[in-house]
Design a protein around this ligand. Structure first.
Ligand SMILES: NC(=O)c1ccc[n+]([C@@H]2O[C@H](COP(=O)([O-])OP(=O)(O)OC[C@H]3O[C@@H](n4cnc5c(N)ncnc54)[C@H](OP(=O)(O)O)[C@@H]3O)[C@@H](O)[C@H]2O)c1
Length: 326
């Protein structure tokens, strides 16, 4: 005689049953409606609970706001990236480093890309669990070589995070050709070259691209207009690629952070003595009253790339303490 379903499986919310049905339908298994099928799905969930539980650090049972327990949710997302391969560009510093670490914590195989060998060696020493490749994202041939080497070594590529970029602050009058060109090359061309090089592997894995934009990508940025223009371009690329690549099963989204305290500020042309005042002025523009941390951005990059997020594409997610509302 069949054993009764566990309490958690018995209370599996209807939304989870729908999700299970959709997941099965996506691999060609259309299930008829009816209580018997629902009971079987509940039992299936129950059968696999012990195995799922063995791999998790978190408690298995999750309760939603109405007190319903289920065998999915946060705990089911733990280590969702095991067996998956992630490339993070600009991973030797700031937000990119936090993103690479966050994916590694989820047990992804993480490749960090950076352009300076000495910075890569220092990053390798800090994070021996991450693999490192060198390329300037603005150089298409170098990018292709690096991405090809990753796919050769790891056999697949599931997630590409286009984080590498630079930001400079200058009024129109003081914006030199070199400064404008470098930002477009790293931020816009670089994002494009990486996505292009990764396409065949992402097609094979039905993977995902996460581009890192900025609040400046959709807000005016007096004194930083060209940087803002590069990020507006990234948001535009994100939406266009989302439509273009949807038929191939590739999701494309962007995260748009507000001001985050990173070494990036020291790479601007702003004098070191003026940086505290600049950061203060950014804090005042953030309704939550402070700059963000790299980890606060990384959290959402990982969430957006989660394989369970199957129906979100072309989204620009603001992670900015409310800055984009002002
Ligand atoms: N910090 C913020 O307030 C903020 C806000 C919104 C968006 N963002 C975006 O977040 C991303 C990361 O910035 P961050 O603040 O973390 O700055 P960061 O600490 O300077 O990190 C930027 C990373 O990108 C790398 N990079 C730059 N140009 C490259 C190129 N041509 N090829 C390969 N790598 C390159 C840098 O390498 P090097 O170490 O060699 O310079 C570094 O690893 C950028 O796209 C930035 O626009 C930042």
């Amino acid at each position: 005689m069949a054993s009764p379903a566990s309490p958690a499986a018995e209370r599996l919310p209807p939304s989870e049953l729908t999700h299970l049905r959709e997941t099965l339908a996506s691999v060609g298994l259309q299930l008829p409606d009816g209580p018997e099928i629902e009971q079987r799905l509940r039992r299936l969930c129950q059968m696999y609970e012990p195995y799922l539980g063995a791999e998790r650090d978190e408690p298995r049972e999750v309760t939603d706001s109405r007190g319903n327990a289920s065998c999915s949710g946060e705990a089911a997302m733990t280590h969702a990236f095991e067996g998956r391969v992630v490339l993070v560009t600009g991973a030797n510093s700031g937000i990119g480093e936090a993103i690479a670490v966050a994916f590694a914590k989820e047990r992804a195989t993480v490749f960090g890309l950076g352009r300076r060998q000495e910075a890569l060696e220092a990053a390798r020493a800090r994070h021996p669990g991450i693999r490192w490749v060198r390329a300037d994202v603005a150089e298409a041939a170098e990018v292709k070589g690096a991405v090809d080497s990753i796919v050769r070594e790891a056999g697949r590529l599931d997630v590409v995070v286009n984080n590498a970029g630079s930001f400079k602050f200058a009024p129109l009058e003081g914006s030199g050709e070199e400064m404008i060109r470098r930002q477009f090359e790293a931020n816009v061309y670089g994002t494009t070259f990486v996505a292009q090089a990764a396409l065949p592997a992402l097609r094979a894995s039905r993977g995902t691209i996460i581009n890192v934009s900025s609040a400046a990508g959709h807000k005016p940025a007096p004194g930083g207009a060209h940087y803002a223009a590069t990020k507006a371009a990234i948001e535009s690329l994100t939406r266009s690629w989302a439509l273009e690549l949807a038929p191939q099963g590739i999701r494309v989204n962007a995260i748009a952070p507000g001001p985050v305290d990173t070494p990036g500020f020291e790479k601007t042309d702003v004098r070191a003595a003026d940086l505290p005042a600049l950061k203060e002025s950014f804090k005042k523009q953030v309704p939550l009253g402070r700059m963000g941390t790299p980890a606060e951005v990384a959290h959402w990059v990982v969430a957006m790339a989660d394989p369970a997020v199957t129906w979100v594409t072309g989204e620009i997610l603001f992670v900015d303490g409310g800055m984009s509302l002002t």
